[in-house]
Design a binder for this molecule. Sequence first.
Ligand code: HEM
Length: 392
Amino acid sequence: MSGVPIFRGDFFADDVIADPLPIYREMRELGPIVWMAQHGIWAAVHYAPVLEILRKPKIFISGKGLSLNDDVNRILIGSSLNSDGDRHRRQRSITAPAIMPDQLTDIAPMIERAAETLADALVREGRFDAVADFARILPLSIVVELVGLPDHAKGKMLEWADATFNLFEGSNERSRSSFPRLEELRDFLTEYGRPDALQNGGLAKRIFEIAPSKGIPLEEAAQMMRDYIAPSLDTTISVAGFLAWHFADSPDQWQLIRENDDLVENAVEETVRLTTPIRAFTRYVASNVEMHGVTMQEGQRVMVVYASANRDEAVFPDPDRFDVTRKTHRHVGFGQGPHMCMGMHLARLELAALIRSMAKRVGRWHFDGVPKVAMNNTIRAFSYLPVRVTPC
Ligand code: HEM
């Protein structure tokens, strides 16, 4: 490894999860791609290599899983996230169309109504926890119903998602203690991954209605339910929590939103950029490759640090500043390339509805206590964020 930039810290340590930004900066200063000595993998931390890796899926493959732990990968392989090539395209052709913009027109008014009701209640309350009382409400009331698992499993979705995201690391205490919940999800998919066990009209049941015409066996279809279970809640909840944080921290930006509704969609993207709820995933290196001054060998892993790329000074000037007017279109918070997020349109609808409903009623957001960070190996989020709002 002589001449190669080496990062010696633990990317998954408690203090890094609590405050990851200094580590990303330190890694970016070392170079575009660094060797992570503690984890024995590469990490792409500048914007350019992150984009390049995500756009070269034949070299940087997902089909051997995205976790650092192969026991975890063996369980997760089978979802869109953990597949490549034709299989990946076939899977996406089953799970993605139902959550594309043209399919969300029916559900959009429902999301907007729920956001309005929520905003009324929160402004009446005046002070609330922006995680439990604000960020979680739409995903837990609307998305959970949309997915349509059996009733006894609906309440499990957050736990299963938390475990799945912890297990992308795969060896620390957080991930070890998550393993039983991953097995519980695997057993659930085996037992309830059949059409008669699922809610009529739901996204999960829809997989089984389409899969036979694509020649997909039942067991494989059951694994595809992961597309809707693991990533659909925590990610959006994380960004919604950060919306509250940024608007309390930057009243001038809230004022801009209140004065100009056209900025709402961009404010969502800027918050996704700064939050980058999925900090990083890995890819398996399928053939030797030289890039940005390092040689990656077949069989190694490279971590794609979306969160660092989104703060690369070369692409986003003054990257830590929350600016709802910034040109945000290049951010990689939803990924890039063939695995780019399929749920982003749904997430955007929820997040924009939250901003709009609050903008009609709230003149100013204020911090109202000390926030707590959610300790998860992959997802960056608050677990508690006390705020107060002043009505307009
Ligand atoms: C703000 C909210 C969200 C963020 C920031 C986010 C972020 C991401 C990212 C970074 C990826 C790329 C993974 C990779 O490169 O391997 C991804 C993929 C994915 N997301 Fe999201 N996501 C969000 C919401 C959702 C929702 C609401 C759903 C489902 C309803 C969803 C379903 C998926 C799926 C299935 C994939 C895998 C796609 C594939 O591999 O082809 N996401 N997401």
